[in-house]
Design a protein. Structure first.
Length: 368
């Protein structure tokens, strides 16, 4: 099987409502997603999606992704899409770094691997059956009352696990948010406090040592070292997200011996091939994981859920469906959807999501 043609599609995704995180530092109104379609000489085609969360959340943005594809795509023509380790080495040699741009290519190739093998990806990632993955909400930063209202709305939609976005320079405001939300949770619900790097270590220690909550705390500060300093001095388990990019970052995190979990996001780490490697490391070292993508439609969400569903339950926490925040659906009805608070990958070969140009519009670039 050889790659014959690569099509690139720009997908504009308005959010249902403005989304604020990191103590209000980062506000996003719409996402700039990119779909990649890889056609082969045997008639099979694979699809992938790369969708940074706006342009201020991570060092990644939609235009940068497509500019990187312009460099990467020609080097992939004529190669076998099933040879994923080789393809990733080819991309790394052609364009070091830029992991987020490699992810949609890697995803589309995995779709082809699954289709060629007539197997869903959850099985190729090691799963025995399409395990339902619990969903978790993502509540943007706001007043305590607005955040509690967000949790109540999510509860009505089936969410039992929540992630609340905190962070800022006023410890008292975050203490107020945590106490109000803890009081509003009902039996059986769980929450993570996601700071998105907004706290200094001093504020993190002040807040976390003032509240009674012992829930998970995610990426409290900017750097791995700052997060480790906090993790050593608080009762809450701490997990990492934005400061983890390549495999080496995960090794450094493990060496500190103070973190209890990580977020695994294919687009942040460079695709499903690398995400699976990190997932397997996390199992070996005993980390718990949220496995989900940075952003995007049900296409990107479905890819992440194949990996989550194949991950043993003791290591797997809930997954966030990014498409739940988006005001329109370019893959209507396809892929994983909220079914009573769970996402279930299908048994279709590959990803199980097949976009069409009626919804994507024509490609913005074609390489052949
Ligand atoms: Mg996070």
């Amino acid at each position: 099987m050889k790659i014959r043609r690569i099509g690139v599609y720009r997908i504009d995704l308005p959010l249902k409502e403005s989304y604020s995180l990191s103590g209000g530092r980062l506000v996003t109104e719409r996402l700039d997603s990119t779909f990649v379609r890889i056609e082969t000489d045997c008639g099979l085609e694979g699809w992938g999606e790369g969708c940074p969360w706006g342009h201020s959340y991570l060092p990644a943005h939609g235009q940068g992704l497509r500019a990187s594809l312009d460099v990467l795509a020609p080097s992939l023509l004529g190669r076998d899409p099933r040879s994923l380790d080789t393809l990733n080495r080819v991309m790394d040699a052609r364009l070091p770094g830029h992991l987020y741009a490699k992810s949609p290519i890697d995803m589309a190739c995995w779709d082809l691997v699954g289709k060629a093998a007539a197997e869903p990806l959850w099985r190729l990632f090691g799963g025995e059956e399409p395990v339902p993955v619990e969903i978790n909400s993502s509540i943007p930063t706001g007043t305590p009352e607005a955040m509690v209202a967000g949790i109540e709305r999510a509860r009505r939609e089936g969410y039992r696990v929540h992630s609340a976005k905190l962070g800022g320079h006023d410890a008292a405001v975050d203490i107020e948010r945590i106490d109000a939300i803890e009081d509003a949770l009902v039996t059986g619900e769980h929450i993570t406090w996601d700071i998105n790097r907004a706290w200094t270590p001093a504020i993190a220690l002040e807040v976390l040592n003032s509240v009674s909550s012992t829930a998970w705390v995610e990426q409290p500060c900017e750097t791995l070292e700052q997060c480790a300093m906090v993790a050593r001095k608080v009762r809450q388990p701490v997990l990492l997200d934005e400061c983890l990019h390549d495999f080496h970052d995960h090794l450094l995190a493990w060496r500190t011996g103070v973190f209890a979990g990580i977020k695994v996001k294919p687009n942040r780490v460079g695709g499903l091939t690398r995400a699976r490697r990190i997932r397997d490391l996390a199992i070996d070292v005993g980390w718990k994981m949220h496995i989900e993508d940075v952003g995007g439609t049900a296409l990107a969400d479905t890819a992440a859920i194949h990996l989550a569903a194949s991950t043993p339950q003791p290591y797997r926490m809930a997954s966030w469906p990014a498409h739940d925040h988006i005001a329109w659906d370019p893959v209507p009805g396809q892929g994983v959807r909220n079914r009573g608070g769970f996402l279930v990958p299908t048994g279709h070969p590959g990803l199980g999501v097949v976009p069409d140009e009626e919804h994507t519009g024509p490609p913005v670039a074609v390489y052949s």
